[in-house]
Design a protein around this ligand. Structure first.
Ligand code: NDP
Length: 326
């Protein structure tokens, strides 16, 4: 028996609770992992609170990220004792996830823990930080470089935003952070932002084209914010779009694309091929250290997960939440 979070949905409604689970209940998979750490992403918050249709089958153990040690393996790539990491692949949505002490998984979904990183550090980064790195790589693929000018990061105090600021700054970019929490401006500057702006400047309906302000942007907010970001990019600028914290809609015009050659680069982390995952995590391992991890994350236990998921949905959490499942 082991401990985990269980989401159920039946005639009594949608609910999440701490539960004692039996190894026999674990789903099919060729690798069994003793989970050390998991984390709370925006998507986990949606799943646990039921505020978004994330969970596809019930009962479900949430947790789209996990780090742990292989206990049993029928997969050629892994053996007992290996330290592994998992992000996405529908885990915590369609297949039992990381917010439990054990997981049984498809070995093709796992990657070895990057050299020099602990499982706890990897979970501080989690899908949020890994997505931030995929966004940085998307900008680079479109020719963005520090000399081109300032880079805007929206949703700055969120998990994606915090790591996007830190990674860009450590790579030599001048970062502008957009946030609704001005009281966190000093924290964002310590992460590496050179300028902090109020997200209200971007969140209302705007003009099709605005002043050319940023060479590039990483947007985890969507909706009017993304439309205004497109309108405010410099000629041939690029925005990597990865989130929908303001909304799923995109009330934009084609003006930035056809008059300024702007590129809208979409970023998905969930189904990303293995080679891209390995490349992103290798880059992450060169950029994170305990100073950064400690400034953007805090740790909770399994017993605090449900309450903290509610706070995450209320926009009350800064940075990342690491979950020690043991
Ligand atoms: P967080 O909840 O940690 O951060 C979201 C941030 O967005 C908040 O901290 C806040 O920043 C800002 N925000 C919240 N509500 C609004 C609003 N109404 N208008 C404008 N800004 C708002 O989430 P994550 O960082 O984990 O994820 C961010 C987004 O990226 C989510 O939509 C998530 O689903 C998506 N995502 C997508 C992935 C992919 O594969 N494409 C992978 C990972 C995440 P502040 O307080 O500074 O204003």
């Amino acid at each position: 028996m082991f401990n985990g979070i269980l989401i159920e949905k039946d005639e009594r409604g949608y609910r999440a609770r701490s539960a004692r689970l039996d190894e026999a209940q674990l789903p099919e998979g060729d690798v069994r992992v003793n989970v050390g750490y998991s984390t709370l992403n925006y998507k986990d918050g949606l799943a646990i609170t039921g505020k978004g249709p994330v969970v596809r089958s019930f009962p479900m153990v949430p947790g789209i990220d996990l780090a742990g040690i292989v206990e049993h393996s029928g997969h050629a790539g892994f053996k007992p004792g290996d330290a592994v990491l998992l992000n996405g692949w529908g885990v915590g949505e369609k297949h039992w996830g990381g917010l439990a002490q054990k997981a049984r998984l498809n070995g093709d979904w796992l990657i070895p823990l990057p050299a020099g990183m602990t499982g706890r550090q990897a979970m501080a980064v989690g899908t949020a930080g890994y997505t931030a790195m995929l966004a940085v790589i998307a900008l680079e693929k479109n020719g963005v470089a520090p000399a081109r000018g300032k880079v805007l990061v929206t949703g700055a105090n969120g998990g994606v935003g915090s790591f996007a600021i830190a990674f860009l700054s450590r790579l030599g970019y001048q970062v502008v952070a957009s946030t609704g929490r001005q009281e966190e401006a000093e924290h964002l500057k310590r992460l590496g932002a050179v300028e902090v702006i109020d997200r209200a400047q971007l969140s209302a309906p705007g003009r099709p084209l605005g002043k050319e302000q940023w060479a590039a942007a990483i947007d985890s907010v969507g909706s009017h914010t993304l439309a205004n970001v497109c309108a405010g990019l410099q000629y041939q600028g690029t925005v990597a779009a990865c989130g929908l914290a303001q909304g799923m809609d995109l009330p934009a015009s084609v003006a930035p694309f056809i008059l300024r050659g702007v590129t809208l680069a979409g970023v998905d982390s969930v189904m990303r091929p293995l080679a891209d995952r390995l490349a992103a995590w290798d880059r992450i391992a060169t950029l994170v250290d305990d100073g950064l991890i400690n400034s953007v994350s805090r740790e909770i236990g399994l017993g605090e997960v449900i309450e903290t998921a509610g706070a995450l949905m209320d926009g009350k959490i800064r940075g990342r939440i690491i979950v020690d499942v043991n």
